[in-house]
Design a protein around this ligand. Structure first.
Ligand code: PA5
Length: 444
């Protein structure tokens, strides 16, 4: 079972910090469990691993099987919470090189997560000569980036297969009743999956939003949900030994003591997009009202050769949370070289995991000495079950953290600001006044 370890925290926090925070953690726990805190309309994810729609889950598995049988590629269109979780899990469990590997599951391309014509054109080229399907994901059904991308890929599908067959290759994941995507899907007869009303984008990876693409890539989504349910039980119990309580307490106490940046580190490059998912989760949940730790991430050991300098000796802004994923699936040992020209024979026969673990320990000690508090999130391994535990752990700790910080962890009012400006500058009807005002500012 996933655990949290706090390395020598007494160098940074008073010994009583966990006890001091207990009443506030109990209050945050109560709010999450009973849905009585700020943003409680969006706490459907708390019991999701137990209460998820089993009928829809079976449809997701059936759709994944169909896509695996009739498509060489799945194009997944979505942004933010409608993108990062699925990408994180697919990269982590199937490899960032998943699309390059020999396999009997379709390639999965993520698009609609930006406005780059080159990125879009590249995926259009990649699917031009293969059979493909599209999963368009948007809770609101109105987000510009995925909506624009979907126009391109729907057109490509219809050109290739005709409207009827194209319709059998489009899967829309959206609100159960509202939004342009839902209306379009219903009018065209596309298969739809639901983003539940009470689950916000960044907490939606364990709904159809994440599950369909993840299942298409061949991941056992039952095991993913099982892992999440195990952690749900641990978190429902709560208490000082609960890993989510311990993580939330330590990062909050460090924030209150003046730390302003949390770096999430992992020694497995396949974790990179899980870190991106984590950044959105914590950044959008906590970063409001002038508060919140800034979530950043690093890939170790690669970034020890770049960001390592700052972490060791730059401004003392940060705390570091290291995710450890246990033993690698493959055990590779350093070959012996009789000449030993590189002087590396002292490592001959050592496994890569052994070397990595010593690097991990050396870094922990160095960063601690350099004044960086270290929190360790230790997973048993890198299976779907482990990742399910990890996802739920981070979600739950994030809800607790938001309540400790006294913000609503489930809204994101700040995301609207850029959208309004973009719509105005693009000439969207209804934004005429703002357009003139913004253009005058830009042309100063
Ligand atoms: O967490 C959020 O709410 C956002 O990141 C959204 O997920 C993102 O903006 C995409 O929204 P939608 O799913 O409505 O297209």
């Amino acid at each position: 079972m996933l655990d949290v370890k706090l390395f020598e925290m007494q160098s940074f926090l008073p010994p009583s910090y966990e006890e001091d925070l207990l009443p506030r953690l109990k209050d945050a726990q109560e709010k999450l469990q009973t849905g009585t805190g700020a943003g409680s309309d969006f706490t459907g994810w708390v019991h999701l691993p137990r209460d998820y729609d089993k009928e829809e889950f079976a449809r997701i598995q059936a759709a994944a099987k169909k896509i695996q049988s009739d498509s060489q590629a799945l194009v997944v269109i979505g942004i933010g919470g409608s993108y990062l979780g699925a990408r994180g899990v697919v990269d982590c469990l199937c490899s960032p090189n998943y699309n390059l590997k020999k396999k009997d599951t379709p390639n999965v391309y993520f698009i609609g997560n930006g406005l780059s014509a080159d990125a879009m054109g590249e995926v259009l080229d990649l699917v031009a000569d293969v059979d493909f399907s599209v999963n368009v994901i948007s809770k609101s059904g109105t987000t510009t980036e995925p909506a624009v991308a979907f126009r391109f890929f729907r057109e490509a599908l219809e050109k290739k297969y005709g409207r009827e067959e194209a319709g059998r290759r489009i899967y829309a994941t959206t609100d159960k009743a509202r939004g342009a995507l839902k209306s379009l899907a219903d009018s065209q007869g596309w298969e739809t999956f639901v983003v539940p009303d009470d689950v916000g984008g960044r907490y939606s990876v364990l709904t159809a939003v994440g599950l369909l693409p993840i299942a298409v890539a061949g991941v056992d989504i039952e095991a993913l949900m099982r892992g999440a349910a195990q952690m749900m039980d641990v978190c429902a119990e709560g208490g000082p030994a609960c890993p989510a309580w311990r993580y939330a307490a330590a990062r909050y106490a460090l924030y209150a003591a003046g730390r302003s940046v949390e770096i999430l580190a992992c020694y497995d490059p396949a974790f990179r997009f899980m870190s991106e998912w984590w950044k959105q989760l914590y950044g959008e949940s906590e970063g409001k009202e002038g508060k919140g730790l800034f979530p950043a991430s690093v890939d170790f050991t690669a970034d020890l050769h770049s960001m390592g300098q700052y972490i060791q000796q730059g401004q003392r802004l940060m705390l570091e949370t290291v995710v450890r994923l246990g033993a690698s699936a493959r055990q590779l040992c350093v070959p012996r070289d009789e000449d030993d020209g590189d002087g590396l024979n002292f490592l001959a026969g050592a496994s890569m995991d052994f070397i990595r673990d010593r690097a991990m320990e050396g870094t922990l000690l160095a960063h601690h000495e350099g004044g960086v508090p270290n929190l360790i999130v230790e997973a048993d391994g890198k299976t779907p079950e482990d990742l399910g535990q990890l996802i739920y752990f981070f979600e739950y700790a994030c809800g607790l953290s938001g309540y400790l910080l006294e913000v609503n962890p489930f809204d994101q009012p700040g995301v609207e600001a850029y959208k309004k400006n973009m719509f105005a500058l693009l000439g969207k009807p209804g934004y005429e006044g703002r357009k003139a005002e913004l253009e005058a500012k830009l042309n100063k």
